[in-house]
Ligand binder design. Sequence first.
Ligand code: GDP
Length: 364
Amino acid sequence: MQHHPENDPQYKGLTVNQGISSPPVINPYLKERKKRRNFTPVEYVEQILQGNITVLSQAVTLLESQKSEHQLIAQEVIEKCLPYAGHSVRIGITGVPGAGKSTSIDAFGMHLIHDRNKKLAVLAIDPSSERSKGSILGDKTRMEEISREPQAFIRPSPSAGSLGGVARKTRETIILCEAAGFDTIFVETVGVGQSETAVHSMVDFFLLIQLAGTGDELQGIKRGIMEMADGIIVNKADGNNIDKANLAAAQYRNALHLFPLPPSGWTPKVLTYSGYYKNGITEIWDMVYQYIDFTRENGYFELRRHSQAKYWMYESINEQLKNHFYQTPEIAEELIVKEKQILNSEISSFMAAKQMLDKYFDGY
Ligand code: GDP
């Protein structure tokens, strides 16, 4: 029995009863329930090719897993799906939080599914956000209408990690979705930071959602992002905001004139619309498909996909080399020593880097 000092006679009137052990936090039956059949890579591929969304989801979970045995299976599944991939239009969608991405994706999705007979997968790249920690529910409530559509597949961003890692997983997910028959892929990202570049490097068309009256159009903020855009759409052109939206659109058009013509040969278009009231949606998608036809004809579509494929090979090599370097135990130990030496001015940063790399490559 545990000794409680409070039970000492000097603390009259105070007794502490013997407690009871708390019940286990984890439901003991959960283990049984969670057991699911493990597919072989070939079985995964068969089910994915038949458009089985549940198995597609499981395969994506596998490729997002950190475990090496999961990675092995996932990579085999991806490789086997590759010959069936590529037949989609991939669209990147970006805009600052509050620009109306969720509302717009919902509206775009309904239009594409019902008016253009498309099958839509919505993926995301958001390495910073807590939202990305697998909250499918969160994403489904953000896109309420399409989440009820059997022709739509919504998958939140792979959970937080390095941007390169998150982006690679999203790119691999695109392959699986395409093999499962999705002919339209959205890759959404928040309009801050480097994630736009990553999205740009995996899509055919990059759509930038802007708002009127934020001052961006005048200050030239996010110029880099504007330069990447194949189309700029000004949202919330409704009610008494229509004039402001039109004005903003005119300013974007002017600003775009100052940029050199992009390598696609396509002059980015600027349109206004209302995602909430679903006005101007058809025009946006006419524009996107016009671009696709235009670049298919002049060869840029293929060219962009080829250079993206090369880019991802190098990205993948860089990422894995870096991981291997930092995860080598002797290197990790030595790095701590080197950091101290740098702080004590015993060695320059460049010399330290050289010594570390020499040490690493000497091992091979
Ligand atoms: P996100 O953060 O970019 O995903 O933006 P949301 O789609 O969540 O939209 C942010 C806010 O803007 C919400 O309150 C929406 O209801 C509102 N909103 C989105 N689209 C429109 C629109 O076309 N018109 C108006 N008036 N409001 C909109």
